[in-house]
Design a protein around this ligand. Sequence first.
Ligand SMILES: Nc1nc2c(ncn2[C@@H]2O[C@H](COP(=O)(O)OP(=O)(O)OP(=O)(O)O)[C@@H](O)[C@H]2O)c(=O)[nH]1
Length: 497
Amino acid sequence: MLGFFSTVKRAYSAFPATAFHPTIYALSTPQGQRSALAVIRITGSHSQYVYHRITRSLKHPIARRASLRALYDPQESRESLLDSSVVLFFQSPLSFTGEDMLELHVHGGKAVVSKVLKALEALNNPEHNINIRYAEAGEFSRRAFQNGRMDLTQIEGVGKLIDAETEMQRKSALSGSTGENKLLFEKWRTRILSNVAKITAIIDFGEDSEIEDIERVLSSVEGDISELAQEISAFLTRIERSSLVENGIRLALVGEPNAGKSSLLNCITNDETAIVSSIPGTTRDAIDVVLDIDGYKVVICDTAGIRDGSKDVIEVEGIKRAKLKGSQSDIVLLVLDASKKPLIKSSLLEYIKNEMRSKKVVIVLNKTDITDAESLQTIKNRILDKLFVGTTVIPVSCLTHSGVSELIAELTQEFKKLTMYEDGKVLVSVSSRVRAILKEDVIRGIHDFKTFYHVGDEVMASENLRMAADGIGKITGDAIGIEEILGVVFSSFCIGK
Ligand SMILES: Nc1nc2c(ncn2[C@@H]2O[C@H](COP(=O)(O)OP(=O)(O)OP(=O)(O)O)[C@@H](O)[C@H]2O)c(=O)[nH]1
């Protein structure tokens, strides 16, 4: 009996849902770049055919074994060697897409890649039912989804993993790509559906039951759903924190003219990895630099010096923008010139105290190389005791770089605090699609369930719970009518993914 079922299962799974779709191919490594290797992937029922034609081998490829093969142009004579390549074959269903898949690891020269791609294109022969074409964006992942190899959250997680630029972005993408989120969403869906089943039983058979039994079941449903709503809300908070990791923590350098803001930016960028080069505006405008600081994506903004009484329209505009950047940032670095008297003008002091009240402000006491130790200690005490009680003061010298590593260590602690949900809980990054469905379908469904539950309308209460469950189905791709969702998910993918 067991043998029969396992045979049936094998026969079924060996036949992917996309079996009659054209075989597709694409360059999976970056396009148009000279490199040691380039990987061309082919997926679909004609993958083996491609293998035979392009290697001129009559033997079946051995699955999951890398072998060195000469590649030939199938259209030309025996001498038409294209390249010598490592070839890997994956047999359906045990491949990324669930279909037969072939990988050609060719040399990464532009001419080699272009010639091999042309050779694959020439294998298209619709008259003989051999449909082979270049893949569309996200088509490999789409087939993986269609053949049940991954759900939508995993596919979106893989997309985020590929896009990750920093260590924290990589970490937060993992829960999606490894299927951890999928398991959590499935658990929620099952929990909601089991509560829907309980209410449905009461609607259908309630007349035959004792009133106390009905009330007991309904209140257990309400209790369980309330608990679940809290769990989902906590998950949403974790997602919100993770969006800081994804979009970058915004750090504004604010201070009076000549305090050393640009010098500090240069110090930090020298020490850390610049992910993207500086994005200049006009010389007096705010400048954003994107950095990787200890695994966190950080957008540092150098702003125009803030001072009163300027008549220069461009400077006035620069000051206005500097203040705006300060208020839009997550952390403000207030740069003060320790050698200057007064240390800070009252207008800037008031501005920081009033406008930056709700923000983390770190005071950077610059130019310590030209300030004696005694005065420095007096200034530090004055800041901590009078000017900005309870803030953090880091003395630095942009000239000698002293104190810069302490400043970076302090900032990293702040980044941790900003992005941490609860001790030990890792960040979780999901697509904006998933976030929207959780808020609009799932949380709203649960909210409306409670409203109808409290007025005693079990039918509408259960209908809204079902809507919440369908929302989760939309997230993972289990919902009926999924086609409209697929376009949204795969539109952001690149070719060969
Ligand atoms: N001695 C000393 N000079 C410094 C230090 N940091 C900056 N400077 C000098 O201070 C002057 C102003 O530095 P900037 O970095 O341009 O100051 P800023 O705050 O960006 O100035 P604005 O663009 O006018 O707002 C320059 O001459 C720097 O060389 C430091 O740590 N020690």
